[in-house]
Design a protein around this ligand. Structure first.
Ligand SMILES: Cc1cc2nc3c(=O)[nH]c(=O)nc-3n(C[C@H](O)[C@H](O)[C@H](O)COP(=O)(O)OP(=O)(O)OC[C@H]3O[C@@H](n4cnc5c(N)ncnc54)[C@H](O)[C@@H]3O)c2cc1C
Length: 496
């Protein structure tokens, strides 16, 4: 069997590696010079920066990512470092900081000490998080066969889920502090995404020492070891469909690639214009094109002078005010940003080598420059970017006073940078938005009307390390029409 995969993001590479493990010859086609998509890293001034993924989870003994990577034979080569707490969040107006520890009981104990009147509520909330997370069967390597009913809590809005258990408004805000990791919109973001992310990072928050790009390289090595190929600078320009089957895909240089199965890891709205021939109904295309994207990202990178900022060993979030806990992705332009997430690179002697300050930003904020290219966006754009960079740094200074003076290089990337890196419509950081008020429209099936074309990646189900690898397992199981991949991964778990 041969499989061609469009896009070497986390979804495409996990699919490729899982197929390679089963002896399938895989060709992955990537438009960029560097593989990884949201796992990509880049080097500037000798420092390695991550473009997308900063925090991970599930790589601990017995964790799903650990089992999956052991099954693929790459766990030993990944340099995973546990974070020393789940998250430290500071509210700038009150100066209050919550150092939220990792580990279920430590999490409960800490918040109970801070909010003693919510003692029972906190335990009920955490119990509910783990109970509902079990409804996502693959997250626990459980069989997906049989009836997969979901409770009402699974699809209810995330803010309503928190409010169902917690009556204290301040504690609600603290529990919502993971919402930038899913571009949370109150009343719309489904509880299951909040739950999966909270469960993953509460149990085992971790980061990639040296950058997330190592995961992409490790997956590539599995594909190549089985005789497959991961080709860079190989942008797919068309997907030829005949009799509801892909006949071949063609890259920008006119090279054709033929296979038994084709998997698309790219944004569906980027896939549709590539299709040549009769494939999808106009209703299907219109439905998917009507789904909005999650917010995009504005990031400020600071190369830190050696010995100036202690390396925290965990993510730090700074929010202007508790009242704005749900306004990271839904803001008034004049007030942006309400919050910033800070991720640090580890330098030597216990100091940080760099800081990435990450804020959600809507693509509309840059739409007036959407037809420009990197380096040629004009003075107005450069002035706008500088002004937004200063706003981000002002908020970072609330927790790290004098941070500007600690940096010897400061630069930024905007939603336009992300659009060009990932090749997506509106640079949604986490792909298509899943809306609890219209969940049937939000969820896209892996199978398509084109019989040998499957979809994978963050647009299909959940984004991030807690979602994309699970969707890859599901995609590969669709090809084999059995649960042998899942059983193989479970075997790794029981071999320990
Ligand atoms: C700023 C940011 C921060 C994030 N932080 C975290 C985090 O801390 N933790 C976490 O778990 N997740 C995080 N995420 C989410 C995570 O990075 C993504 O969910 C994940 O990487 C998406 O993988 P994917 O394979 O679905 O898509 P992508 O990574 O978008 O991969 C798609 C690939 O297809 C390629 N491509 C596009 N068009 C074509 C074409 N025509 N031909 C060939 N190739 C093409 C692209 O170049 C890309 O490499 C973050 C994302 C962003 C943007």
């Amino acid at each position: 069997m041969e499989v061609v995969i469009i896009g070497a993001g986390m979804g495409g590479l996990f699919c490729g590696a899982l197929l390679a493990k089963r002896g399938v010859r895989v060709t992955v086609l990537e438009k960029n010079g560097t593989i990884g998509g949201g796992l990509q890293t880049f080097v500037r001034g000798g420092e390695t920066y991550e473009t997308g993924m900063h925090v991970a989870g599930g790589f601990n003994e017995g964790g799903i990512l650990n089992s999956l990577c052991r099954y693929l034979g790459i766990m030993d080569r990944l340099r995973i470092r546990p974070a020393d707490m789940m998250l430290s969040v500071t509210y700038a107006d009150s100066g209050r900081t919550y150092d939220i520890p990792a580990g279920r009981e430590a999490f409960i104990d800490y918040l109970t000490a801070k909010f003693p009147h919510q003692k029972d509520n906190i335990r009920s909330y955490v119990d509910a998080v783990f109970r509902v997370s079990h409804e996502e069967k693959l997250f626990y390597l459980e069989s997906m066969s049989g009836v997969n009913d979901h409770s009402d809590e699974f699809f209810m809005p995330a803010d309503a889920f928190i409010a169902k258990y917690i009556s204290d408004p301040e504690l609600r805000a603290v529990l919502a502090s993971v919402n930038p990791l899913y571009s949370g919109i109150p009343g719309h973001s489904p509880a299951y995404i909040h739950i999966m992310i909270s469960a993953l990072f509460m149990e085992n928050p971790c980061w990639f020492e040296g950058g997330s790009g190592q995961l992409a390289e490790a997956l590539k090595s599995v594909i190549e070891a089985a005789g497959g190929r991961v080709l860079t600078r190989c942008e797919v320009a068309s997907v030829r469909v005949e009799d509801l089957n892909v006949a071949c895909v063609v890259d920008k240089n006119g090279r054709e690639y033929r296979a038994d199965w084709y998997i698309s890891d790219i944004h569906p709205a980027s896939l549709f214009p590539l299709i040549e021939g009769k494939a999808f109904t106009s209703g299907y295309r219109a439905r998917i094109e009507s789904i909005p994207d999650t917010a995009s990202a504005f990031k400020v990178y600071l190369k830190l002078k050696p010995g100036t900022v202690r390396f925290p060993g965990h993510p730090v979030s700074i929010v202007d005010s508790m009242e704005n806990a749900w306004k990271m992705a839904d803001y008034d332009n004049l007030e942006w940003p309400h919050g910033v997430n800070c991720f640090f690179g580890e330098g030597s002697g216990g100091y940080a080598s760099h800081l990435t300050a990450y804020c959600l930003m809507d693509f509309d904020d840059v739409s007036e420059w959407e037809n420009t290219r990197t380096g040629h966006r004009g003075e107005a754009y450069e002035a706008w970017k500088k002004e937004r960079t200063e706003r981000v740094l002002d908020l970072v200074e609330k927790r790290f006073p004098g941070i500007r003076e600690c940096a010897d290089d400061i630069f930024a990337s905007s939603p336009l940078t992300f659009r060009d890196w990932m090749g997506t419509r509106r640079a949604g950081a986490y792909g298509l938005f899943k809306d609890s008020t219209d969940i049937a429209t939000s969820l896209i099936p892996i199978r398509t009307k084109v019989k040998n074309l499957l979809l994978t990646g963050q647009n299909v189900n959940m984004h991030g390390i807690g979602g994309v690898p699970m969707t890859a397992i599901e995609t590969i199981q669709t090809i084999f029409a059995d649960e042998s991949v899942l059983n193989g991964i479970k075997g790794e778990l029981s071999n320990k």
